[in-house]
Design a protein around this ligand. Structure first.
Ligand SMILES: Cc1cc2nc3c(=O)[nH]c(=O)nc-3n(C[C@H](O)[C@H](O)[C@H](O)COP(=O)(O)O)c2cc1C
Length: 260
């Protein structure tokens, strides 16, 4: 179920449409072949506002002949909470057999990612936080060189705080944030009925696509990541030695310099 030759099926029945695991580490930068974009709807509601926005992104991007999209709903995932045992730092992989590592692998093999979350209590959804913790995004530098767009829907206040959490995750995990979409709307209303929102989605879709094609870099994101990684994450991991050998293996495979 979890490693079915070249295809992978999530617990919710969703089929991942390509083998993102193959040449995983060689795909840190788009090389002109089919562009892979992964979208994560971090709302439990498959027909809610966040989902509708991500579906519109997906339609825009998949209309381009050289783009392959995979839209994942967190509600399709079997996802346990992180137990905090830190075993994955040693082994490189979480011992809990659910969908977390499949999604991690899918993201690592993507060129672009779009994460959409509803604002819950002034931050990202709990489902997204669980996925991030379980997928060891930051310590593994899982999103190294990905082009990322963050989407937040909210009803009243603090959509910006949720986006900040998302942006921090993107930068600390090595990606560059190329787009941002905050949509404030009444509960259960249709964001796509609003032409201005539709136009923003189109604009952000094109921005993501062009950023990948032109291998754009973000100077600010690169500088922040440089300091966070070299003065925070790297010395911390190196000091742990063997206990974090799984993390070091991931870094080596991603050509991250592991010398002090
Ligand atoms: C548990 C919970 C917490 C929420 N917290 C906030 C909040 O802090 N600020 C806000 O503006 N909206 C908040 N909302 C409203 C949702 O962010 C908003 O309705 C969102 O668009 C729902 O997305 P969905 O339709 O994709 O599920 C909250 C909703 C829930 C269920």
């Amino acid at each position: 179920m979890y490693n079915d030759t070249s295809k992978e099926i999530l617990s919710g029945g969703c089929l991942i449409t390509d083998d993102y695991g193959e040449n995983l580490y060689n795909r840190q930068r788009w090389n002109g072949e089919k562009m892979k974009i992964v979208l994560i709807n971090a709302s439990s509601r498959k027909n809610g506002a966040t989902s509708k926005i991500l579906n519109e992104f997906s339609n825009n991007l998949s209309s381009k002949s050289n783009v392959e999209v995979n839209l994942i709903n967190v509600s399709d995932l079997k996802l346990e909470f992180c137990l905090g045992c830190c075993q994955c730092y040693k082994t490189g992989i979480c011992f809990i057999k659910d969908d977390a590592e499949i999604i991690s692998k899918l993201l690592a093999g993507a060129d672009g990612i779009i994460i959409g979350t509803p604002c819950y209590a002034s931050s990202i959804s709990g489902q997204l936080k669980t996925l991030i913790d379980r997928g060891h995004f930051v310590i593994e530098q899982l999103l190294m060189d990905k082009h990322a767009v963050g989407v937040v829907t909210y009803e009243n206040a603090d959509g910006g705080s949720a986006f900040k959490a998302l942006k921090k995750l993107f930068i600390y995990s090595g990606s560059k944030t190329v787009g941002k979409l905050l949509v404030k709307l009444p509960f259960n209303s249709d964001p796509i009925a609003d032409e201005a929102t539709k136009a923003s989605i189109k604009k952000q879709s094109d921005k993501l696509y062009n950023s990948i094609v032109n291998k754009k870099k973000s100077v600010t994101n690169t500088i922040i990541h440089f300091f966070v990684f070299n003065f925070g994450i790297k010395p911390f991991v190196l000091k742990k030695g063997d206990l974090y050998s799984g993390v070091l293996d991931h870094w080596k495979n991603r050509n991250i310099d592991i010398k002090q």
